[in-house]
Design a binder for this molecule. Structure first.
Ligand code: ARG
Length: 467
């Protein structure tokens, strides 16, 4: 990183007309945002190029000045991309760094770029464009992860595993069904990101400092050039609004919460006690002291990332709450944590996609676990209702007695003899054993959205068509 600091006594070249002295070094340090808002350089240059084109189209500046500005901005962009750009803390932020360099390159016409514009509408536009790019990346990341879960679901549509409530064995479910639960969650995440995108896609440019401008600008033209649906309708709101970043952080936090839940499952499932899945070498690490270890670090880190993302949202709420209209410098504190949250989310999505793609289920272990813990007790109760026309509450009681009996004998429900069963209820027949197997159990749950392999395959087909 190349930085230059201002010389004491030199007032700011961009706004220093009324200043005799330059800022104190500490003032410069607290004021400068160039250390992080340089991440919006491409958006800043795109916004300025659209603005310059519009100024010429409206006859506010000449075509030759507009061309010089737009060409010069491309040169600045190439310097930034090449890493040769000299950032200056004295120039505060990305907006003034770019404009100042433009002046060095093209001279006088650079001074006409800021006509009918302020850094307030400029930063609001840049930040929206940046967040919009992140929303698009998040949608892409969610869909990639959905596809990874979907591939697992299709392969293991009829593999059985224990379903849990309270992390206690509840009823057998299919592997495919469990994978599809995450496809649903991520589908809602995608829809939240799309909602946020549609809501934020209005252009602040032309709001100028806060009140609009007296120049005959064409706000439709700049909005369209930057891919916005329309210009923001109120100039005060346009420069004061950061809802779009809060929307993005909300959707991100919910998505990160979903990722943390599967991360937690992976941590549990990959343990020696569970052995439900094997994670690949690519997404695990070893221990420097215990040679046998294969740690699910990526899953653990993903489990933790929601803290940063939610923290970013709380921080931005605190920045924005109680701010009088329109712009206040507090709002410069809006960006850094949004950048960090976006980085955390994208990395989590990518790492989770890698883990899900690579992981292999231990089918035998899953199947053995599916049948343990009296997981088909509900099937037995349902059989009593269906076959003996018993009220469900009575069937529940009879089944509970059978579970207690199996527990006292140290066996599972299917291991009880017919004599044992009839000792508890005389009308039970041999036929009961057909529902005590885990495959029969899952196959019987064939209602819409149920865990039956046929339902899983129907949902896989539905999602394949959507994705
Ligand atoms: N760096 C500033 C920010 O991020 C740009 C806007 C400055 N506006 C102002 N009126 N000083 O908020």
């Amino acid at each position: 990183m190349t930085e230059t600091k201002s010389e004491p006594g030199n007032s700011n070249a961009m706004w220093g007309g009324r200043f005799a002295a330059g800022p104190d070094a500490i003032m410069e340090a607290i004021n400068a945002s160039i250390g992080y808002d340089r991440r919006m350089a491409a958006q800043d240059i795109a916004g300025s190029r659209a603005h310059a084109a519009m100024l010429a189209a409206q006859g506010i500046i000449t075509d030759s000045d507009s061309n010089a500005i737009r060409e010069g901005l491309l040169t600045v962009l190439s310097e930034i991309e090449a890493g040769t750009f000299q950032y200056s803390a004295a120039l505060e932020d990305i907006h003034m760094n770019v404009e100042s360099r433009l002046k060095q390159i093209i001279g006088e016409p650079a001074g006409r770029l800021h006509t009918g514009r302020s850094r307030n509408d400029q930063v609001a536009t840049d930040f929206r464009l940046w967040v919009r790019d992140q929303i698009d990346a998040a949608i892409e990341g969610c869909i990639a992860l959905q596809k990874a879960f979907l591939a697992q679901a299709q392969e293991g549509a009829d593999w059985v595993m224990p379903g849990f409530t309270h992390l206690q064995t509840a009823q057998p479910v299919t592997w495919g069904h469990h994978m599809l639960a995450y496809v649903e969650m991520l589908g809602r995440d995608v829809s939240r990101f799309r909602d946020a995108r549609a809501r934020m896609n209005e252009c602040p440019l032309g709001a100028a400092a806060l009140a609009g401008t007296s120049f005959p600008i064409d706000r439709e033209m700049t909005a369209q050039a930057l891919g916005f649906d329309r210009p923001c309708a109120n100039s005060l709101d346009a420069v004061a609004d950061r809802d779009f970043a809060l929307d993005f952080l909300s959707a991100s936090a919910i998505c990160a919460m979903h990722l943390s839940r599967f991360a937690e499952e992976l941590v549990i499932w990959s343990s020696a006690q569970f052995r439900f899945v094997a994670l690949s070498d690519r997404f695990t690490t070893g221990s420097s002291i215990m040679p046998q270890k294969k740690n699910p670090d990526a899953a653990e880190l993903i489990r933790a990332k929601i803290g940063r993302i939610l923290g970013a949202q709380v921080a931005l709420f605190m920045v924005m709450k109680g701010l009088p209209l329109a712009y206040s410098k507090d709002m410069q504190e809006d960006k850094e944590q949004v950048f960090d949250a976006a980085d955390s989310l994208m990395l989590s999505l990518a790492a989770m996609t890698g883990m899900v793609t690579d992981m292999s289920a231990n089918r035998d272990v899953l199947e053995a676990a599916a049948g343990s813990g009296f997981s088909t007790a509900t099937d037995l109760a349902d059989w009593l209702v269906r076959t003996l026309n018993m009220p469900f509450r009575d069937a529940h009681h009879v089944t509970g007695t059978l579970v207690a009996l199996a527990e006292s004998k140290g066996c599972d429900l299917p291991d009880l003899s017919l004599d044992d069963m009839q000792g508890v209820h005389g009308a039970i027949t041999e036929n009961v054993f057909t529902v005590l197997g885990v495959h029969n159990s899952v196959a019987s749950r064939a209602c819409y959205g149920g865990t039956a392999p046929a339902q899983v395959l129907a949902q896989v087909a539905r999602w394949k068509a959507i994705l």
